[in-house]
Write a protein that binds this ligand. Structure first.
Ligand SMILES: NC(=O)c1ccc[n+]([C@@H]2O[C@H](COP(=O)([O-])OP(=O)(O)OC[C@H]3O[C@@H](n4cnc5c(N)ncnc54)[C@H](OP(=O)(O)O)[C@@H]3O)[C@@H](O)[C@H]2O)c1
Length: 247
C-alpha cells in the first residue's frame, strides 16, 4: 500500500517514516513537506529506503499538478503538519491557524479529490491533534485558549468532512499528551512536563508508540474516530510487538 506522511520532516513523522520503511505491507511512502525529507538515520537493517519518495510542496493552500501527481493512488495519509503547543508564540496567531487548520483541510480536500481506483477502500486520513484540544467552542481553556479551541475545531471539521464524503474518506483523530523519545526531553521540557501533568494531568507517550499507532490505523483500518492516550499506548505497544520493530 501507498501512504503519505505530511509534515515528514518533523519529530513524530521521522519516527513514522523510520517504522514504515520496515513494514512489508507498506510499499510506498510519500514524504510531503516544505523541504526535502531524508531517510531517517536509525532506519535499521530491515528498512527498505527505496520505498521513500520525498515530495516538496511550496504552497499548502494550492497544490501544483506535479505535487498532486505524486499523491495519486495513496491509501492513507498521516497528517503531521502543525505548529506545536510550545511554538505557538513564535508567530502571529493567524499564521498558526493557517498552518494548523487551513493547511489540514486543504490537504484532506485535495487528496479526497484525486482519482482513485473504484475498488479501493476509502482514503484513511489519520490526524494528530493534542490531548487538550477542545471541540466545544463555548469552553475556552485558560491555558492557550485560542490555540486549543482552534485545534479542537480542526478535529471537528476533519471528522465532519469525512462524514460528508460519501465514503471517500475515513478519518481518525489522535489526541496525545506529551510525546517523548529517549534522550529528547531536556531539563526545561522535564519541568514543563511535570507542571503540565500536575495541572492538567498531561500523559506522556513514547514517540515509537504513537508512530506505531498511526501506521497501524493506516494499514489495518481505523478502530474509532478519536483515539485518546490509553488507546495510543494500547494500539502502539501491540503494533510494535507485532511488527517487531527495534528502537
Ligand atoms: N511533540 C509533542 O510533544 C506533541 C504532543 C502532542 C501533540 N503533538 C502533535 O503532533 C503533531 C506533530 O508534532 P511534532 O512534534 O512532530 O511537530 P514538529 O516536529 O514541529 O513537526 C511539524 C511539521 O510541520 C511542518 N510545518 C510547520 N510549519 C509549516 C509551514 N508553515 N509550512 C509547511 N510545513 C510546516 C514542519 O516542517 P519544517 O520541518 O520544515 O518546519 C514539520 O514537518 C502536531 O499536530 C502536534 O501538535 C505533538
Amino acid at each position: 500500500m501507498k501512504i503519505i506522511v505530511a509534515g515528514s520532516t518533523g519529530f513524530v513523522a521521522t519516527e513514522v517514516i523510520r517504522q514504515a520503511l520496515s513494514i512489508p505491507a507498506i510499499t510506498s511512502v510519500v514524504a510531503l513537506a516544505r523541504r526535502t525529507t531524508a531517510v531517517p538515520q536509525n532506519a535499521g537493517p530491515s528498512a527498505d529506503a527505496s520505498k521513500l519518495k520525498s515530495v516538496v510542496c511550496d504552497d499548502f493552500e494550492n497544490y501544483t499538478e506535479t505535487v498532486k501527481k505524486e499523491l495519486v493512488g495513496a491509501d492513507a495519509c498521516i497528517w503531521l503538519i502543525a505548529v506545536t503547543f510550545s511554538n505557538v508564540k513564535t508567530m502571529p496567531f493567524e499564521d498558526v491557524r493557517k498552518i494548523c487548520l487551513d493547511y489540514t483541510l486543504k490537504g484532506m480536500e485535495t487528496m479526497a479529490q484525486l482519482p482513485r481506483d473504484s475498488a479501493s477502500n476509502p482514503l484513511r486520513f489519520i490526524y494528530t491533534s493534542g490531548h487538550g484540544a477542545q471541540r466545544d467552542q463555548s469552553q475556552k481553556p485558560w491555558i492557550q485558549g485560542d490555540y486549543t479551541l482552534m485545534r479542537g475545531k480542526t478535529e471537528s471539521l476533519i471528522l465532519e468532512f469525512a462524514k460528508n464524503s460519501n465514503g471517500a474518506v475515513e478519518a481518525c483523530v489522535t489526541k496525545p499528551g506529551i510525546i517523548d523519545a529517549p534522550g529528547r526531553t531536556g531539563p526545561v521540557m522535564k519541568v514543563l512536563g511535570s507542571i503540565g501533568r500536575a495541572i492538567i494531568s498531561l500523559p506522556i507517550l513514547d514517540v515509537g508508540e504513537i508512530a506505531a499507532t498511526l501506521l497501524q490505523q493506516a494499514v489495518n483500518g481505523i478502530e474509532k474516530d478519536t483515539l485518546l492516550h490509553e488507546d495510543l499506548v494500547r494500539i502502539g505497544q501491540k503494533a510494535l510487538a507485532a511488527e517487531n520493530i527495534a528502537r
